[in-house]
Design a protein around this ligand. Structure first.
Ligand code: BG6
Length: 494
């Protein structure tokens, strides 16, 4: 499906996100015929840059980061002529008036019906001021649609998120605001609902009668890189927990929507967030949530620094670079089933995986005399491997009675010719078509913050539970105990 023609405004056009993700995404969409020819992209940042310089940045970014190379000269030239650059001081409304004049020219040149999409790859503190200036500079006075796409973090906690939302609401309606959680753009995250609702044999088992626990792991090998300044104020809970992890949890736990429409799906997701059991005291937080921070460690030949030695990180920092939590979804379907979620930096592998562990009491009663059976698992691999597998028990070939777990696997990334679109491609395309299914709605964001704030508050009172783990290890021991106490263990990830 081709998007309707629009002008795309990239605020923060000289930044890292534009270079690594946004330019490549636009090129892939163009190459695949998903952008209509009636489009223009205006790169905006404070730094002066000519159109030629901007197009050469674009060219480099595509050749470095895009899954397609800019090797067809004719196609490249046709694409690049849609890009212009304007230096803009976002605090000065006059610049927005100039931008409006430029926009009208572009709309005429490319025959664009006044649709405008504003992509703010900026610090969240600027979302409000930019929105006001868009309005006051006359940028929202065209006939077509206007959409605002914003990056995370959406606030720092519930009060700051509310304040931000109120600012945006003075200018944009909720349905015009597209809050990015790039995990929702990932192919396998979107596949969760298909796997669940398009098959006959998962959904009947998808409840507390049959599922023993669910484990969601988002592990990263990287440290905080050059983002120490931001990360030290944020930490793993806010950086990954409030958004990506809770969003994945909602996809696993939600009820079937009444229709496969954005609002119906988001209605179901928000019900899950509303059913999350908050922790009622600091003690409860401490016994259900583990936090850790990496210290230096040896990975292969490499000696990696500890978190407190990273650039722009406080030497005494108590910010968590890891957390694991036991979470309950208090509704009819999930009563009593623990969801264990964990994420961390400087762990041994980069992976995102969901493991659904099924109950095996009945089978173990029957086989009790012989051996303890492994439970059935459904594993959804989100990245970098994409696919699913199920673990079932079968007779060990050639043995008398021995049973062994075997895997049945669908490996999407192993399929020849599969070239999974990047999350950003999908999300930009969706925003341009006005499909907000895979963007977070305000009620989702606010419920997620309310849950996370409960943990953060207890942590702030006392940091003595912060544990340390060496870079390259699987995180604090306490995370193992968290499951051990319930008779479970983390399934190894691939
Ligand atoms: C971002 C976080 O939202 O997600 C980063 O701010 C993290 O800290 C990143 O590294 C992980 O995304 P992905 O797609 O590489 O798993």
């Amino acid at each position: 499906v081709t998007s309707t023609g629009a002008v795309y405004y990239l605020f923060g056009a000289t930044g890292d996100l534009a270079r690594r993700k946004l330019f490549p995404a636009l090129y892939s969409l163009y190459k695949e015929g998903k952008l209509s020819n009636n489009f223009a992209v205006v790169g905006l940042a404070r730094r002066p840059r000519s159109n030629e310089q901007f197009r050469s940045d674009l060219y480099e970014s595509i050749n470095e980061f895009c899954r397609y190379k800019a090797d067809d000269e004719e196609l490249w030239n046709a694409f690049a002529q849609h890009f212009v650059y304007m230096s803009l001081d976002i605090n000065n409304v006059d610049g927005f008036r100039e931008l409006n004049t430029l926009s009208c020219e572009l709309e005429e040149r490319f025959d664009i019906p006044g649709n405008r999409l504003f992509y703010l790859a900026l610090a969240p503190s600027l979302f409000g001021p930019v929105s006001f200036n868009l309005r006051d500079g006359g940028m929202l006075e065209t006939k077509g649609w206007h959409r605002l796409v914003i990056e995370k973090p959406f606030g720092y906690d519930l009060p700051s998120a509310q304040q931000l939302n109120e600012q945006l609401n003075q200018v944009f309606k909720e349905e015009e605001i597209f809050r990015i959680d790039h995990y929702l753009g990932k192919e396998m995250v979107q596949n969760i609902e298909v796997i669940r609702f398009a098959n006959g044999f998962f959904e009947p088992l998808w409840n507390n009668n049959h599922i023993a626990n669910v484990q969601i792991t988002l592990s990263e090998t990287v440290g905080v890189e050059e983002r120490g300044g931001y990360y030290d104020k944020s930490g793993a809970l806010r950086d990954m927990g409030q958004n990506h992890m809770l969003q994945m949890l909602t996809m696993i736990a939600m009820e079937p929507p009444s229709r496969l429409h954005g609002e119906d799906i988001r209605d179901e997701k928000v019900k899950v967030l509303r059913s999350l059991r908050g922790y009622s005291s600091s003690e409860e937080v401490r016994s259900n949530v583990v936090r850790g921070q990496y210290t230096s460690g040896q990975v292969g030949e490499k000696e990696l620094p500890g978190y407190r030695q990273e650039d722009s990180v406080d030497e005494q920092s108590t910010t968590e670079t890891y957390f694991a939590a036991k979470v309950f979804v208090d509704n009819f379907r999930w009563a009593g089933v623990p969801f264990y979620i964990r994420t961390g930096k400087r762990l041994p592998v980069k992976t995102t995986e969901v493991v659904v562990e099924f109950k095996s009491e009945a089978q173990n009663v029957l086989f009790a005399q012989r051996q303890k059976l492994a439970p059935n698992l459904l594993v959804i691999r989100v990245n970098p491997m994409e696919g699913i597998y199920i673990k079932i028990n079968a007779k060990k070939p050639g043995s008398d009675n021995e049973v062994q777990p075997v895997s049945m696997e669908f490996c999407q990334s192993c399929q020849i010719g599969i070239n999974t679109p990047e999350a950003y491609e999908r999300l930009i395309h969706d925003a341009a078509r006005g499909d907000s299914t895979y963007f977070t709605r305000w009620d989702e964001v606010s419920h997620a913050w309310a849950f996370v704030d409960g943990i953060a508050k207890a942590w702030q009172e006392d940091s003595s539970d912060l544990e340390f783990y060496s870079a390259g290890s699987w995180g604090p021991e306490a995370a193992v105990k968290l499951l051990d106490n319930d008779g479970f263990h983390w399934w190894p990830v691939n």
